[in-house]
Design a protein around this ligand. Structure first.
Ligand code: SF4
Length: 285
């Protein structure tokens, strides 16, 4: 495929998913969650084009987890691209919100892998930040590889509740405190997002992975899935198709009206206490 047809194909994928799933509709105030990595920085540019209309608005939100030698480079990139596009950019940090950087949390809590703290705390801060910015949608840079890995991870963990939350749009009905998350790149493989950013001339630097990534279960699943994909082309897309057929069934059978709320903070949870409160209690010990 030539560059022009490649980019046209990706825009078709994005626009098809956007309209089919109503990811962005008239009146939306979109917040782009941008880590400064290649996917979310490319997403920022894609959203800037989509939201260049009077009835839509766009802002950028980044989270500084406090990962030495890694996050500062990425945040610099996020800042640079938000400035190029003339977008308002907010940065929230673990240090200010939780009193500790991820590096500090990891040093004193060796029982759990760093990503188990990072993922929960980051998701909480993104939602909190998006809500404070008045967002109606929080756009994340997850691509087809990320989604296929999540399907497999949830299957391997036997986690039906998290499996039901996957898909291009995640919302918590009957709970206004959760800003719906949308994934415009959900049908685009990781390598094609990277190719898109190059062909769009975005000049995004590709930095090294997070130093903690090697300890993550996701990394193991990612390597196995890449290996499977080379032996049997299309397995990642088959996992996405599997999810698309399964999730309506899961969602309707799990639907029980208003979600359970954490007895400490009042956020939605599947147990008595939400994961965030468990982690905050854990790191305060
Ligand atoms: Fe956080 Fe893990 Fe991602 Fe690093 S790899 S940014 S620790 S979730």
């Amino acid at each position: 495929m030539c560059a022009e047809h490649f980019l046209r194909m990706q825009w078709r994928r994005i626009n098809h998913l956007r309209t089919q799933e109503k990811l962005i509709v008239s009146g939306d105030r979109v917040v782009c969650a941008c880590s400064g990595g290649k996917d979310s920085t490319t997403l920022m540019h894609v959203l800037a084009r989509i939201c260049d209309r009077k009835d839509l608005s766009l802002q950028v939100l980044s989270i500084d987890e406090g990962i030495r030698g890694y996050r500062p480079f990425e945040l610099k990139q996020a800042r640079k691209h938000a400035k190029i596009l003339g977008l308002e950019h907010t940065i929230l940090s673990f240090k200010e919100e939780f009193g500790q950087t991820l590096d500090q949390i990891v040093r004193t809590n060796k029982d759990n892998p760093p990503c188990s703290y990072c993922g929960v705390l980051r998701r909480y801060l993104l939602n909190k930040g998006a809500k404070a910015l008045g967002a109606t949608k929080l756009a994340v840079g997850h691509n087809a590889d990320d989604e296929a890995q999540s399907v497999l991870m949830n299957a391997l963990r036997g986690d039906v509740i998290h499996m039901a939350r996957l898909g291009p749009k995640h919302e918590v009905p009957d709970f206004a405190g959760f800003v719906p998350r949308i994934k415009l790149f959900r049908n685009i493989p990781e390598r094609e997002v990277a190719a898109m950013s190059i062909l769009m001339g975005l000049n995004i630097s590709f930095h090294q992975d997070c130093p903690y990534a090697g300890t993550a279960f996701r990394q193991i699943v990612r390597e196995h899935l890449n290996e499977l994909e080379t032996q049997s082309t299309g397995v990642k897309f088959k996992l996405l198709k599997f999810l698309d057929e399964l999730s309506p069934i899961l969602r309707s059978s799990l639907k029980q009206g208003r979600p359970e709320l954490c007895n400490k903070c009042g956020e939605p949870t599947s147990g008595e206490k939400c994961k965030l409160c468990e982690i905050l209690a854990d790191i305060a010990r």
